[in-house]
Ligand binder design. Structure first.
Ligand SMILES: Nc1nc2c(c(=O)[nH]1)N[C@H]1C(S)=C(S)[C@@H](COP(=O)(O)O)O[C@H]1N2
Ligand SMILES: [Mo]
Length: 323
């Protein structure tokens, strides 16, 4: 089914109560975009969320699994980015064991009716995790195929009852200077921060992972709970989350703060918009043949191959401006 057809699905197909309520409050991005672009101001708020209720649930849900060759668990757990433990790819596997991940509490605040805290035991009691095999594409040009265990982020968010002012969701990583040896360096501004527009956060492909390869998430991969947004560059997948906040304005993110010309708020995988210092047209899978870390270069797909599921969220947006 094309995106155009998907957007024509009638209201009768709406299955989700929360999304149904939101749809009256959301101005469709299709209507909003031209006005915002017309201002021509780069400081402007990004175009608003689209109405997920207008897209068929089966289309939203497709893409949970791929049969592409999986990255070896050994590589996915030893070639990491987790700057709190150092900037070398091997540092997180060496040093992340110093982080204590149990007990672990996440604070939820901002534009919601039920702010509060939730701990990992609550999450384990309330939600059953499911395996999702996703491609992950790092902005640096490598990619992996990883079997995550996780829960849809939207399912957790709904329990806090976001209000109509909740247009974005902001996330923060633990900042424990004793355990996190990389925090001595101002490589980025700590704590690590990320954000999503509310429709991106509520999209069923977006998960909070608590495991991989059928096991508990290793510390270096972001234990006990980290974000996975498979159509965005890997850095959006913030690790070891301790705070979630619903906001009305677009939240800051650490990479955008560090270098706004290189890392935009959306950071959707887009082969047509190069990073200022390198092309984004191709990638190298991790776990090549014959024990090599990298496989040969392959073309990068629009939205990392998830265009059918997510392109509707950005319809009408100038993706060069909103990169
Ligand atoms: N807190 C935190 N989260 C983070 C990072 C980080 O440095 N700190 N690095 C990001 C980047 S750049 C990538 S590519 C992915 C890497 O995830 P992985 O190590 O599980 O493959 O985590 C993202 N999440
Ligand atoms: Mo990355």
């Amino acid at each position: 089914m094309s995106i155009r057809d998907a957007l024509k699905i009638p209201a009768a197909d709406i299955t989700d109560e929360w999304i149904y309520q939101q749809r009256r409050q959301f101005v469709s991005a299709l209507a909003l975009t031209p006005a915002i672009l017309a201002t021509g101001c780069s400081k402007a708020e990004p175009p608003g969320a689209v109405n997920l209720a207008a897209i068929s649930p089966s289309l939203l849900n497709s893409g949970f699994v791929t049969d592409e060759t999986r990255t070896l668990e050994r590589d996915a757990t030893t070639y990491n980015n987790f700057y709190e433990f150092g900037t070398n790819k091997g540092d997180p596997a060496k040093f992340a064991h110093r982080m204590t991940t149990s007990p672990w509490t996440i604070t939820v605040s901002g534009e919601c009716e039920n702010p509060g805290t939730i701990d990992m035991d609550d999450i384990a009691r309330k939600f059953r995790d499911q395996e999702r095999v996703y491609r992950m594409r790092c902005v640096e040009g490598w990619s992996m195929v990883i079997p995550w265990l996780g829960i849809p982020l939207g399912d957790l968010l709904k329990t806090f009852k976001p209000t109509s002012k909740a247009k974005y969701v902001a996330f923060e990583t633990l900042a424990d200077r004793n355990a996190m040896v990389g925090m001595r360096y101002p490589s980025i501004k700590w704590p690590y921060r990320e954000g999503l527009r509310i429709d991106e956060a509520m999209h069923p492909l977006t998960i909070l992972a608590n495991g991989m390869y059928g096991k508990k998430l290793p510390n270096q991969n972001g234990a006990p709970l980290r974000l996975i947004v498979p159509w965005k560059y890997g850095f959006k997948g913030i690790k070891s989350i301790v705070a979630i906040r619903f906001t009305e304005k677009a939240p800051t993110s650490s990479w955008n703060q560090l270098q706004p010309s290189e890392y935009g708020f959306f950071s959707n995988v887009n082969r047509n918009v190069d990073h200022p210092r390198w092309s984004q047209k191709s990638e190298r899978r991790i776990s090549g043949s014959e024990g090599k870390l990298f496989a040969d270069r392959i073309p990068t797909k629009m939205f990392n191959g998830y265009a059918d599921q997510v392109a509707a969220l950005y319809q009408g947006m100038d993706l060069r401006k909103w990169f």
